[in-house]
Ligand binder design. Sequence first.
Ligand SMILES: [Zn+2]
Length: 227
Amino acid sequence: MLKLTPILLLILYVAAMWFFSAWRLRQELNQKATPLRHPRLTPMLERLGAAMDLPPISAHVYEVAPVNGLAAPDGRIFLTRGFLDKLDADEVTPEELASVVAHELGHVSLGHSRRRLIDFAGQNAIRMALAGVLGRILPGVGAWIANIVATAVAARLSRQDEFEADRFASALMIKAGLGVEPQVSLFHKLDALTGRRGSPPAWFLSHPPAAKRIEAIRTHEARWTST
Ligand SMILES: [Zn+2]
């Protein structure tokens, strides 16, 4: 029983982290979310829905300035106000925003957003466990190494999710008759959109390099649209 105690504590900790993260995210989104109704986007949401034999996709606006899209663990899809401002300024097209919605739909359909919360809690657990063990063997640098390992594990997992969500988005965009061009052109714009000065946005950091993603999208396109 005594030997099991650390493991039980770790499980309790992971569960608590999961609930707390989910709760905090839900609070944040509920306070800063409004339904997405935009005359230039509604037709896009209808087309994406129709391509899946579904009613128009419902999406929400997350009232924050950074340019981003996200899929909440409850399955809701958000575009930030910052992203819609870029649409109004004609810096992005409705088709490009449709590709973001399609990408987030991929995360929802493939169950990524719920799993990511677990990843987040798991990452913390790995970090704590490793830091405890390594800290004893290598005082000083143990925690530092644990941090690097935990971050690398999480980055690897989320990278894979991004490629899968992109793949889903490409298929949906092709089926909706929009093609993969908006997906690709948005990647080319992202650097400029998110502002090169200062720190890069979290969204971009957590995603694999744009060139790699474009390459994967082109591969799917070639396979799916060849006659
Ligand atoms: Zn993503």
